[in-house]
Design a protein around this ligand. Structure first.
Ligand SMILES: CC(C)(COP(=O)(O)OP(=O)(O)OC[C@H]1O[C@@H](n2cnc3c(N)ncnc32)[C@H](O)[C@@H]1OP(=O)(O)O)[C@@H](O)C(=O)NCCC(=O)NCCS
Length: 289
């Protein structure tokens, strides 16, 4: 049976999020998570559908891709299909041919889970290994200590505060209140929480979103940041510990996060909150033709 690439459309996004959740499991490869789709949803349902691709055999979805910008495709595979040759070849063909409308011409990137056959196929086709990323994980089987700070779950009324901390955390961030509301209206947000940490003056100084993939499955941190005026006081560690506790309450088996290895402050902060570094992962890229 042939592999077919498809677009789920807005109505199909719920199913995409569901299969992505089913494909997360302890000990499995870190790969595109329902929370990554949830975070993308800040741009709205239509753009999220536009950015999503599926690959199916006989109607069964075996791989999902999210176009995180025009140059980066992030992939997840059904665990039994990680080394499926026909699937890997078809995905490689679709991402390598600009006329298929997946990745455009020029320098483009593919993020694929470790151990997926698509990596071998793209390497053979001349793709190269890019910037290293560091996944980190903390098991949530044991109790997580109290973060020792004031933590609040954010609802629509405080969305502006969460948005302001995020803007003050990431250089060049364009995040707005509207984006928060779009994200919170998305299918994956049902299993998500936005938190802030407040300092002793009551100011929101750190922000995080956590995404559960369901009971007993790894949960995701995306994004996390500390207001640039309030760094170096332990708030990064505190909001990460708070994120771990929130995911534990949501039934997650672990808290996962992935950050560029060059972001040494983030890696140090996650480690300081008890997350352990997993082997580095690299995107694959193809040079401008
Ligand atoms: C990374 C970031 C969250 C750190 O926040 P912070 O409140 O300053 O961190 P903390 O004070 O809690 O520090 C936690 C640990 O990380 C270390 N650390 C923090 N920033 C560091 C840096 N730039 N370089 C090296 N170590 C750093 C601290 O020394 C501390 O270590 P310790 O527990 O061993 O003492 C903050 O710089 C930030 O928001 N950066 C931009 C957004 C970002 O990169 N987010 C994460 C990626 S999604």
């Amino acid at each position: 049976m042939a592999i077919k690439m498809g677009r789920p459309g807005v109505d199909g996004l719920g199913d995409v999020v569901r299969v992505l959740g089913e494909w997360q499991y302890d000990g499995g490869p870190v790969q595109l998570h329902p929370g990554d789709v949830g975070w993308f949803w800040r741009f709205g349902a239509e753009p999220t559908a536009e950015a999503t691709r599926t690959w199916s055999r006989a109607g069964e979805v075996l791989a999902v891709g999210l176009l995180d910008g025009a140059e980066l495709l992030r992939l997840a595979f059904a665990p039994p299909a990680l080394r499926d040759e026909e699937l890997a070849r078809q995905v490689a063909e679709d991402v390598s041919a600009p006329e298929r409308g997946v990745l455009i011409e020029g320098k483009v990137y593919v993020e694929a889970p470790m151990g997926a056959l698509i990596q071998d196929v793209l390497f053979k086709d001349g793709w190269e290994s890019g910037e290293p990323w560091t996944p980190l994980r903390r098991d949530l089987g044991a109790p997580v200590p109290d973060p020792g700070v004031r933590v609040e779950v954010i609802g629509p009324e405080q969305a502006h505060e969460w948005a302001a901390v995020l803007r003050a955390s990431f250089d060049g961030s364009t995040f707005t209140d509207e984006r928060w509301h779009a994200m919170a209206a998305g299918a994956p947000y049902v299993d998500a929480r936005c938190l802030v940490v407040r300092n002793e003056q009551g100011e929101a100084v750190a922000a995080v979103t956590v995404w559960s993939a369901g009971e007993g499955k790894p949960g995701l941190i995306e994004p996390m940041g500390v207001h640039r005026a309030h760094r170096g006081h332990g708030y990064g560690r505190a909001i990460t510990v708070a994120a771990a506790r929130a995911l534990q309450e949501l039934g997650s088996s672990s808290v996962d996060v992935c950050t560029p290895s060059s972001n040494v402050g983030a890696v140090a902060t996650y480690q300081s909150a008890g997350l352990e570094q997993l082997p580095e992962r690299r995107d694959l890229y193809r040079n401008a033709s």
